[in-house]
Design a protein around this ligand. Structure first.
Ligand code: COA
Length: 189
């Protein structure tokens, strides 16, 4: 856990998850609207949040994960999560993220995801960050677009979600200080 810093953005503090977050994670990710566009089960079972948080801690220790609880800077309440699943051999990280439904549409996902992409490139030394979302979930693609990612393609019926084969869109961004679309220009320190 100590391996991960706290990332401060304009309105948010991104900090490591703690086991004490488990109840809030279960409540917020237990929302059908969050489960419907992720691989989360619904209803959200007891014990899953604890296991999920513990798996992040192990992943951070191994160097193949980074995970941040997204909290409101003023009051500290948990409103979401962003994680990177890291493949060190290829210096790439796969993003996943969610925001509590009552906080949608305020730019929080974009603010948090941008910070984690920046962290991945500047601190973790990643070369590429990629992500996928259900094609029927354009809000997620819009977040990726606003974070400088480009849409690289679509895997047809790639994921079976609740018994239905679903298309997913693939997005990526490279760490190249060239400023062309799909590359990420690091902010000056
Ligand atoms: C996807 C999600 C993270 C977005 O969070 P958010 O905090 O509302 O995102 P932001 O406010 O930063 O940006 C959302 C953007 O999507 C746009 N948007 C919302 N619904 C949309 C739709 N149906 N079609 C197109 N764009 C849409 C918003 O207008 C906004 O773009 P804008 O700033 O250009 O107006 C949130 O809805 C969520 O957690 N969903 C459930 C879990 C999930 O799907 N996670 C992603 C898995 S890959």
């Amino acid at each position: 856990m100590e391996k991960q810093p706290i990332l401060a953005t304009g309105r948010l503090l991104l900090r490591p998850f703690d086991l004490a977050d488990a109840r809030a994670v279960q409540r917020l990710c237990g929302d059908y609207a969050v489960a419907a566009t992720t691989l989360l089960p619904h209803p959200y079972p007891d014990g899953l949040a604890e296991a999920w948080i513990a798996s992040f801690h192990e992943g951070v220790e191994r160097g193949d994960a980074a995970a941040f609880a997204v909290t409101l800077a003023g009051e500290g309440s948990l409103i979401g999560g962003v994680r990177l699943r890291i493949d060190p051999a290829h210096a790439r990280g796969e993003l996943g993220f969610w925001v509590a439904k009552h906080c949608w549409g305020r730019g929080y996902a974009t603010e948090a995801v941008r910070a984690v992409i920046e962290y991945g490139f500047s601190v973790l030394g990643l070369h590429r960050v990629h992500a996928m979302h259900f094609s029927r979930n354009p809000a997620s693609g819009r977040v990726m677009e606003k974070c400088g990612m480009i849409r690289e393609g679509r895997f047809r019926e790639h994921i079976r979600k609740w018994g239905v084969y679903e298309d997913v869109d693939l997005w990526g961004v490279l760490r190249e200080p060239a400023g062309r679309p799909g590359t990420y220009v690091l902010s000056p320190l």
